[in-house]
Write a protein that binds this ligand. Structure first.
Ligand code: NAD
Ligand code: GLY
Length: 370
């Protein structure tokens, strides 16, 4: 498989686009042309780190399209994922006379993808965009599914829109320049994906730990494709998160709280991995996971270079921060638990005491005190 179609037909929320896996940027021109996506100008949106590495390569690869190509580059990092950067992107597009028929390309990780998608969703009430994800996290999760948005003050993804990309094009070679910590962050979402839906894939991931950590290309391609097919099926069923899509938020309630309190000093996937341990602990205490399963979930983080505790935060503060997450519904938290490995379920009845228990389990300061 080097292509997967993400498709929903026959109602107002219909969409159809391909995810393509390649080992370079060269095939993107044909992919754009054959889908008739190059109707006008193109703006590549990227961050400073990715632009330095790949912007010229991509521009060169797109020369065959014979259209005006501009670029908008912002400083790398979560701190740029805000409305100020979106405003600067709008200014660039207005000054370059971008119209509704024109196209944006997100070249980068989840920050670039979320911000470009939101710009596309709102500029002139919506223009097309393509995802070209260059981090593991973006390839296995954020580039697929059409959630776009930015942070507001320190609130994660508080302002956003749903807009599916017209194409997701992955140059798998880009993973070879990714720093280890960013690769590990992507693994946080990979482990989450197996845990929530597919025990066999979760086991496969563990069995291929060495090859994954050595970034052996065919193994990475297989892993990314599996994550995308799991996510695509969920998004096709429930694009706007009225039901099953909520399962993709495994680890995110506590994860987002830690991310916020740590002022984005920890990476998104690291926080999701911590949040997944907390969720697994609550599940274990409810008898939904065995102790072996809980300890395996926790200890796999170590194998993949992910944290199992966070220092410098009070459990009570983490608990309070979960209350401002978007996953609240009529005052109660929509919390994702594990009813066995590979089977996530949503609960509205997780109490504060249970949450605190789960949070204490990842609070490194409590271990240091003993
Ligand atoms: P990121 O976009 O900040 O990228 C991480 C870092 O890696 C950046 O410094 C970037 O410049 C650098 N980088 C990117 N590609 C590189 C490469 N190939 N080689 C070297 N360096 C490279 O972070 P991320 O982890 O990709 O994404 C995290 C964001 O994604 C968060 O904001 C999170 O909220 C969001 N997210 C969104 C969804 C969604 O469904 N929309 C899902 C999960 C996460
Ligand atoms: N990352 C969660 C989602 O896409 O729904």
């Amino acid at each position: 498989m080097n292509k997967l179609e993400v498709k929903r037909a026959g109602n107002a929320a219909e969409f159809s686009y391909d995810i393509i896996w390649e080992e370079g940027f060269e095939k993107l021109t044909e992919a754009i042309r054959s889908r008739k996506l190059a109707k006008g100008k193109i703006c590549i949106i990227s961050d400073s780190t990715v632009a330095e590495l790949y912007l010229e390569n991509l521009k060169e690869a797109l020369q065959g399209l014979d259209t005006t190509i501009t670029s908008f580059v912002f400083p790398a990092g979560e701190a740029s994922k805000n409305l100020d950067t979106v405003k600067a992107a709008y200014s660039h597009l207005i000054e370059a006379h971008f119209e509704r028929k024109d196209l944006l390309i997100a070249l980068g990780g989840g920050v670039v993808g979320d911000l470009t998608g939101f710009t596309a969703a709102t500029y002139l009430r919506g223009i097309d965009f393509i995802q070209v994800p260059t981090t593991l996290l973006a390839q296995v999760d954020s580039s697929v599914g059409g959630k776009t948005g930015v942070d507001f003050d320190s609130y994660k993804n508080m302002v956003g829109a749903f807009l599916q990309p017209r194409l997701v094009y992955m140059n798998m070679q880009t993973l070879h320049t990714l720093p280890d910590s960013q690769f590990a962050s992507g693994m946080g979402e990979v482990l989450k994906t197996g845990l929530l839906q597919d025990a066999k894939f979760y086991g496969w991931t563990i069995n291929h730990m060495d090859a994954i950590e050595e970034r052996i290309s065919p193994v990475l391609v297989k892993m990314v494709q599996k994550c995308c097919s799991i996510k695509a099926a969920i998004v096709e069923e429930d694009p706007k998160e009225h039901g099953v899509r909520a399962l993709l938020n495994l680890g995110h309630t506590v994860g987002h709280a830690v991310e916020k309190l740590k002022n984005f000093e920890l990476l998104h996937g690291q926080c999701v991995a911590l949040g997944t341990i907390a969720a697994a602990y609550i599940s274990f205490r409810r008898g939904m996971l065995t102790d072996e399963e809980f300890y395996e979930i926790r200890d796999m983080n170590v194998g993949f270079g992910l944290p199992i505790t966070v220092d410098g935060l009070k459990s009570e503060d983490i608990l309070q921060a979960t209350k401002s997450d978007k996953k609240m519904e009529q005052g109660s938290i929509r919390f994702v638990l594990l009813d066995g490995i590979g089977h996530a379920v949503v609960s509205h009845e997780v109490t504060d005491a249970e949450l605190l228990d789960g949070i204490n389990c990842i609070n490194g300061d409590l271990y240091d005190e003993n």
